[in-house]
Ligand binder design. Structure first.
Ligand code: UDX
Ligand code: UDX
Ligand code: ADP
Length: 480
């Protein structure tokens, strides 16, 4: 029986290994993590991450050929294939702060693998890492252990949160990069055989190591660029009277452009896009490619602009001040169908509104009060001026309440901001919400999920990203 061990039981490692266990009954899969509470949660009925379809798969395979354990060294030592899926945050201090990937967790995992291994192993990079990380890892492994053959593969994961199980079940492609030596190619074939249990062969792409590593950064950069492009258009739509949904539909019909990933929004979030682009920017700078670095950085700049623009719309529409006004924030996760809040635009929008002394009432069906407060307490890293960080004022917390009922969040509010596109927000009783709000009642749709005409009929003053402006807002003539 082939034994797989995955280091890191997070958003990537957990679902990916669950799918491998489901599709490969002849393989034993052990997911290990240094975090005891995380492993305990994976072994309980209350999994540490919310992902549609994940519970069923874990229940079906757990304790049969899928195991979760904190005995990291034991399981790594026993495995034939070791996936490394630890976190790689952006460095916050030192060389490359704000841009470079922090490989501390990766390096310690690699050193541990070298220490405990007694047999040959295939080590698979699963988390997104800078190009040429495999080379560094290879050096750590081969310099620390004589006589053991380590083969390094890059097998980046392309799943998106909220649709992870679908993406894993029917991936557009699986990408495996390896050394072009006979040993490297043998390792590629071994990993390919795992995926071939359920992925058609023509969807399994094999490349050299560096192409695989760079493809992951490039894919995320291109995806984020589409969102920044449509968001940039949304600003122009508001100025000209065009409707961004109509523009997106029209351009998406061009088969060279395609219809997906063209939803204008308050801004993209998530643990990958910003981090990977900044990492790409850093790699370009290190290689002296300053124009290329500048080009990609603009994708992040437009995203920051979009979030700021949204806050300015809210404040300016509400008579230029939200001080002391209750504002309901609907949704805090970075997208629907996940409880993940990493880099969610909600953090920046809330900070902006708190800065203008608003009183926030936040509702999200999957994010806990504890998580929201922790996120709002954290300082946003200022990429360009890391030395200018200001501690978050403790008084800000008096301005925030987190509630589990959406109608309570909106009661007596002056305005509502929709930040996450949860399906349930489309089906709320907006007449009831309107009746219980202060007047004029403002509705700011940061996800274009609501029917603007219907909302206006109820009586709301509505702002929806990239849509023709409400006369009320248009007449304010503010510069955004
Ligand atoms: C992304 C990539 O899609 C995935 O392939 C990669 O493996 C990890 O990063 P994820 O961050 O989980 O996945 O979610 P994604 O669906 O890509 O959304 C990212 C952000 O973009 C979200 O905040 C989402 O709301 C936003 N978005 C997405 C838009 O604003 N408009 C769109 O049209 C699509
Ligand atoms: C373009 C648009 O495609 C068309 O829809 C619009 O109506 C007019 O502008 P055109 O300029 O005739 O059409 O040719 P196109 O095939 O788009 O190529 C434009 C340039 O981009 C060419 O120099 C082409 O060589 C270059 N190109 C195109 C690339 O360098 N790489 C590509 O992948 C595609
Ligand atoms: P991702 O979204 O990439 O999956 P997460 O932060 O959700 O990232 O998960 C990464 C996991 O890796 C965390 O649960 C963390 O505890 C774990 N981890 C980090 N370093 C190590 C290590 N050296 N050994 C075992 N687990 C580790």
């Amino acid at each position: 029986m082939v034994k797989i061990c995955c280091i890191g039981a997070g958003y990537v490692g957990g679902p990916t290994m669950a799918m491998i266990a489901l599709k490969c009954p002849d393989i034993e899969v052990v997911v290990v993590d240094i975090s005891k509470p995380r492993i305990a949660a994976w072994n309980s009925d209350d999994l540490p991450i919310y992902e549609p379809g994940l519970d069923e798969v874990v229940k079906q395979c757990r304790d049969k050929n899928l195991f979760f354990s904190t005995e990291v060294e034991k399981h790594v030592a026993e495995a034939d294939i070791v996936f490394v899926s630890v976190n790689t945050p952006t460095k916050t201090r030192g060389l490359g702060a704000g841009k470079a990937a922090d490989l501390t967790y990766w390096e310690s995992a690699a050193r541990m693998i070298a220490d405990v291994s007694k047999s040959d192993k295939i080590v698979v990079e699963k988390s997104t890492v800078p190009v040429k990380t495999a080379e560094a890892i290879e050096k750590i492994l081969t310099h620390n252990k004589k006589g053991i053959n380590f083969q390094i593969l890059s097998n980046p994961e392309f799943l998106a949160e909220g649709t992870a199980m679908e993406d894993l079940d029917k991936p557009d492609r699986v990408l495996i990069g390896g050394r072009e030596t006979p040993g490297g190619q043998k390792a590629v074939a071994a990993l390919k055989a795992v995926y071939a249990h359920w992925v058609p062969e023509d969807r399994i792409i094999t490349t050299n190591l560096w192409s695989a590593e760079l493809s992951k950064l490039a894919a995320n950069a291109f995806l984020a660029q589409r969102i920044s492009s449509i968001n940039a258009m949304s600003a122009l739509c508001e100025s000209t009277g065009a409707d961004v949904n109509e523009v997106a539909y029209a351009i998406g019909k061009d088969s060279r452009i395609g219809p997906k990933f063209l939803n204008a929004s308050v801004g993209f979030g998530g643990s990958c896009f910003q981090k990977d682009i900044l990492n790409l920017v850093y790699i370009c700078e290190c290689n002296g490619l300053l124009e290329v670095a500048h080009y990609w950085k603009q994708v992040v700049s437009i995203n920051d602009y979009q979030k700021t623009r949204f806050v300015k719309r809210v404040v300016s529409s509400m008579f230029n001040t939200v001080s002391g006004k209750k504002i309901a924030v609907l949704g805090f996760a970075f997208k629907k169908d996940t409880g993940d809040t990493r880099e969610t635009p909600a953090i920046d929008v809330c900070h902006g509104l708190l800065g203008d002394k608003a009183l926030l009432s936040i509702y999200d069906p999957q994010v806990t009060e504890e998580q929201i407060k922790r996120d709002l307490a954290m300082n946003k890293f200022d990429w360009d001026h890391p030395q200018h960080l200001q501690p978050q004022s403790p008084t800000a917390f008096k301005q925030v309440s987190v509630v589990w009922d959406v109608y309570e969040a909106c009661k007596d509010a002056h305005g509502i901001c929709v930040i996450t596109e949860w399906d349930e927000f489309k089906k709320l009783d907006y007449q009831k919400i309107y009746d219980n709000m202060q007047k004029p009642a403002f509705l700011f749709d940061g996800r274009n999920v609501l029917n603007v005409e219907e909302m206006r009929k109820i009586g709301f003053v509505v702002y929806s990203i990239g849509k023709p402006l409400d006369p009320w807002i248009k007449d304010l003539q503010v510069s955004i």
